[in-house]
Design a protein around this ligand. Structure first.
Ligand code: ZN
Length: 253
């Protein structure tokens, strides 16, 4: 099976459509959350994601914030303003859909969570959080999003195993996929892979970032594609969304 990996769409329909066009060969889809928030097309994005074949989707903090299930105190003022706007726009069926999303899901061999473990809305920003996350799942691969930056961590079992803290004794490597690349899984190693964000990349590259998990070939490939960014910005201005959020799209920050 080949799975399209999509994350952090943030109501950006143009970026989502560009990513899905590039993922045409995918037979199933994994969505890591934040379908809405920041962008001008929350309903259209939820509708588009929901119709994807064999979809497995977990909740992101912005999905839950838009439906009143996440404390807005965690957000800065711009994110809060966008979350309130998004909540007002959502059609009841899409509202209920976002509210029903699980925080964590599992496929054979793959754990799926928005940000980190054990707390799904935490960020993996260093090998410290990566280690904590490794300790909380047992599959070879864990897919995450949330930071909008494509990167990955590898856990290699050390010669010495500490029975009380297996993950701490293991070696954790960290690598960035930047503008695209491939992680090939090797036996005996475990991986946390972030394919970056579709609707609001934050690595200085404005192109949509997403991935493809090839179960048979045992690899994840990260890809980037340009999209009609000016159109998204035009819609954001028309909707009256904060100008800062509109401008950041072209800087990829
Ligand atoms: Zn996000």
């Amino acid at each position: 099976m080949r799975y399209g990996i999509i994350s952090d769409i943030h109501g950006n329909l143009e970026a989502l459509e560009a990513a899905l066009a590039a993922l045409e060969g995918a037979e199933a889809f994994i969505c890591l959350g934040d379908i809405v928030g920041y962008g001008p097309n929350p309903n259209e994005c939820v509708a588009r994601v929901r119709e994807l074949p064999h979809l497995i989707c977990v909740a992101g903090n912005h999905d839950l914030a838009a439906v009143g299930a996440y404390d807005l105190e965690w957000f800065n003022s711009l994110a809060r303003e966008a979350a309130v706007w998004t909540g007002e726009q959502l059609e009841p069926a899409h509202f209920e859909y976002l509210r029903s999303l699980p925080l964590r899901a599992e496929l054979p061999g793959v754990t799926i969570v928005h940000g980190a473990l054990p707390k799904p809305m935490d960020y993996i920003l260093s090998s410290i959080e990566a280690r904590q996350t490794f300790a909380e799942f047992s599959t070879q691969l864990c897919l995450v999003g949330h930071t909008h930056v494509a990167e990955y961590w590898v856990q290699v079992e050390g010669q010495v195993r500490a029975a009380f803290a297996k993950a701490t004794a293991a070696k954790v490597e960290h690598g960035s996929l930047f503008s695209g690349g491939e992680v090939k899984f090797e036996p005996g190693k475990r991986y946390i892979v972030n394919c970056g964000g579709i609707g609001q990349p934050r690595d200085g590259n404005s192109q949509a970032a997403f991935g493809l998990y090839d179960e048979e070939a045992q690899l994840v490939r990260v890809r980037r594609v340009p999209y009609a960014l000016k159109e998204t910005q035009r819609k954001m201005r028309r909707a009256g969304l904060p100008e800062m959020l509109t401008l950041r799209l072209e800087h990829g920050r």
